[in-house]
Design a protein around this ligand. Structure first.
Ligand code: HEC
Ligand code: HEC
Ligand code: HEC
Ligand code: HEC
Ligand code: HEC
Ligand code: HEC
Ligand code: HEC
Ligand code: HEC
Length: 442
């Protein structure tokens, strides 16, 4: 690890020397001298950064070549405002390649999603630009008439999957705030929290309520966040952050900028599925956990987590999907446009909001999200919104499906039984047996 990073550093320093050699025709200090006056805050962010300490200046990042579509003449130099992953990748090749291979890099490709349709029709275009695209990334459009060549409806934007004029995807600033570009900052949970929060993916809230969040905030001075290398169990041990579990090094794994490398389920879609090669990805994550926990403790966590995902899938998500299918198949929706009927919003919130919250809560040890903000709301909306809305169509095929589900499925037939009976089933363990298969499925 250390040897590698020293090697990488020397390559970088060499590259920079070459770079400085090329650009020395223009006094590159001119950028700093003027900007120290014109934008002193920005200048100081840079001045105190590792980049400044290593002689990386404004022009090393903002310098542009003739022919680049976003290049413009600024104080006698050709520069570009955007500094894309491709630009950073000139000196940080590995980070740029891993970022490009990650799911993050695809986050700008959302225009065909149901979410985007909903935002454009039920909301309106400004909310897609100032909402969705600020997290997912805009397609940055060139406007030759703008002083910096960037169209205002696509810039400012530092979305995680931004589509850049040079063809590269994403941006590095969502986690490495400019102009400090500090890795200590990116190691903190706040670095992910602009995007990973809210009703449909409350990872930050879940982390904050978990014992891990508690251990982090109460021990932050023991986290050694400024260390050069940050290997869990060696350089720090008080608590894991988002980066620890999803990106940072362990005794066996190097740092990765591909955030999907340790994830076995996808918890986003209506019905969760295992990812390709999921066993290996799960083993990568368990390797992180076992820096601080025993292996059987970690296995126990996955046993509980898997069962919640299957409970959501089997008891609620699949039947809810089937109900909506039958309603659509029988042409029962009153209005034609997607999302113009109440029942569509009910179904949407069951999987996209509370259904995700339950799964995320169970994945990352946030019990309040697993139950109160999660399955509790899934159940309430399933039994007391979706089913009554489907019943209201009074369609034989829909009714037959619901009757069968609610009388024959032992997970659902509680609705028509006596609570005294149900309580005795819980006490005797009979009720728990109904759910046993969820623990055993693969
Ligand atoms: C003589 C002063 C001066 C010098 C020299 C100078 N700048 Fe600027 N620069 C400015 C000012 C002032 C602005 C803000 C322009 C505005 O507000 O319209 C600016 C804006 C910028 C922007 C943002 C452009 C945008 O609109 O998005 C970048 C990037 C930039 N400068 C980089 C550089 C670099 C790199 C250099 C060295 C090659 C440099 N500057 C040299 C004064 C200067
Ligand atoms: C390590 C690379 C790097 C260095 C060094 C750097 N910048 Fe930047 N700068 C960026 C990135 C990244 C952005 C955001 C653009 C993007 O999202 O693509 C940016 C944006 C800007 C902006 C426009 C955004 C804003 O907040 O107004 C200005 C102005 C700017 N830089 C000026 C400078 C000046 C002046 C220096 C030298 C003191 C400098 N930069 C050094 C990477 C760098
Ligand atoms: C001209 C070469 C060059 C460019 C371009 C460049 N960097 Fe760097 N960067 C370096 C060097 C040299 C270091 C210090 C040695 C090291 O850590 O590898 C460094 C260090 C870093 C660090 C570690 C900082 C810390 O806290 O230790 C981060 C993060 C980083 N760069 C991000 C970026 C990002 C993001 C961009 C593009 C916006 C970028 N760099 C562009 C050369 C460059
Ligand atoms: C606060 C930041 C934020 C906003 C605003 C936002 N998203 Fe997302 N979106 C995310 C995050 C983070 C994820 C990934 C969540 C996860 O993995 O659990 C995501 C996931 C998605 C997915 C699922 C991708 C998949 O592969 O399953 C789609 C589609 C999507 N968003 C589209 C949109 C659209 C369209 C909008 C605007 C209506 C929007 N998002 C608004 C942050 C945001
Ligand atoms: C999703 C958040 C995120 C994004 C996006 C991101 N980084 Fe990082 N980066 C991190 C974290 C977290 C670390 C610290 C890892 C550690 O040391 O534990 C880091 C560390 C680094 C380092 C220091 C590496 C080392 O071993 O010292 C460099 C250089 C770097 N990133 C460059 C980049 C570049 C270039 C991009 C864009 C192509 C980028 N990062 C995008 C989160 C991110
Ligand atoms: C600027 C917004 C933004 C930031 C900051 C951000 N993410 Fe994401 N993240 C997203 C979006 C959007 C997605 C969904 C990607 C898609 O739809 O293609 C996502 C997806 C993910 C995934 C799922 C990957 C997979 O393969 O399924 C993980 C894990 C993740 N992010 C972790 C992190 C971590 C850890 C950090 C902080 C170090 C972070 N993210 C910072 C927006 C962000
Ligand atoms: C203790 C380790 C740990 C911490 C800390 C942690 N996560 Fe996770 N995260 C996990 C596990 C385990 C999963 C589920 C992995 C699987 O599917 O096998 C997960 C799943 C995810 C997913 C995928 C969700 C999906 O929809 O598929 C995202 C996104 C994510 N985490 C982001 C974050 C963010 C952001 C933070 C910090 C606020 C964070 N995580 C903190 C362990 C952690
Ligand atoms: C840097 C060390 C560290 C790492 C890495 C780590 N944990 Fe933890 N974990 C802790 C600490 C500290 C606690 C709090 C222990 C206590 O309750 O006293 C904890 C608690 C837990 C708990 C108990 C939660 C509760 O509410 O009682 C579970 C379950 C757990 N961790 C699972 C995991 C899993 C799974 C991973 C990997 C995905 C992981 N941890 C990674 C340090 C870590």
């Amino acid at each position: 690890m250390k040897v590698l990073s020293v090697m990488r550093m020397s390559v970088c320093v060499l590259l920079c020397l070459v770079f400085l050699g090329i650009t020395s025709g223009y006094a590159s200090e001119k950028c700093m001298t003027c900007h120290e006056q014109k934008s002193p805050g920005l200048y100081r962010q840079w001045k105190e950064s590792t980049h400044a300490a290593n002689g990386i200046t404004c022009i090393d990042c903002h310098g542009a070549n003739e022919g680049e579509s976003d290049a413009f003449l600024h104080e006698g130099e050709l520069i570009a405002t955007l500094v894309t992953p491709q630009d950073c990748g000139a000196c940080h090749e590995q980070e740029a390649t891993e970022t490009d291979n990650s799911y993050h890099a695809t986050a700008g490709l959302i225009l065909d999603s149901k979410d985007a349709y909903l935002a454009h029709v039920a909301g309106g275009s400004p909310v897609a630009i100032a909402g969705c695209e600020q997290c997912h990334g805009s397609k940055v459009v060139i406007d030759p008439d703008s002083p910096n060549k960037l169209a205002r409806n696509s810039w400012p934007n530092t979305g995680i999957g931004r589509l850049n004029p040079d063809g590269s995807k994403g941006s590095c600033t969502p986690c490495h705030t400019r102009h400090g570009f500090d890795k200590a900052q990116a190691r903190r949970p706040e670095a992910c929290a602009k995007c990973h929060l809210g009703p449909d993916h409350p990872q930050k809230e879940i982390y904050d309520e978990s014992k891990h969040g508690n251990a982090f905030y109460t021990n932050v001075d023991k986290m050694n966040l400024n260390a050069e290398d940050w290997v869990v169990g060696q350089d720090y041990y008080a608590a894991p952050t988002c980066a620890t579990c999803h990106m940072s090094a362990t005794g066996k794994q190097p740092v990765t900028h591909d955030v999907g490398k340790r994830i076995s389920w996808t918890l986003r879609p209506p019905v969760s599925k295992h990812k390709e090669n999921w066993e290996a990805k799960r083993a990568n994550m368990k390797d992180v956990c076992t820096a601080c926990h025993g292996a059987s403790f970690v296995d126990g966590h996955y046993y509980q987590f898997d069962a919640v995902v299957r409970l959501y899938n089997e008891k609620f998500a699949k039947p809810a999907g089937e109900i909506i299918n039958l309603v659509r198949k029988n042409g029962l929706l009153e209005n034609k446009a997607g999302f113009s009927n109440d029942i569509e919003w009910t179904y949407w919130e069951i999987w996209h909001h509370e259904g995700r919250r339950a799964r995320h809560g169970a994945a990352m040890m946030g019990p309040d999200y697993t139950w109160w903000h999660g399955i509790y709301e899934v159940a309430q909306n399933f039994y007391f919104k979706l089913i009554p809305q489907a019943r209201a169509y009074n369609n034989p095929e829909v009714n037959a499906y619901l009757d069968k589900l609610l009388t024959e499925d032992p997970m659902h037939n509680w609705l028509s039984r006596e609570s005294a009976d149900l309580k005795s089933d819980i006490r005797s363990g009979k009720m728990q047996k109904v759910y046993k298969k969820l623990f055993e499925m693969r």
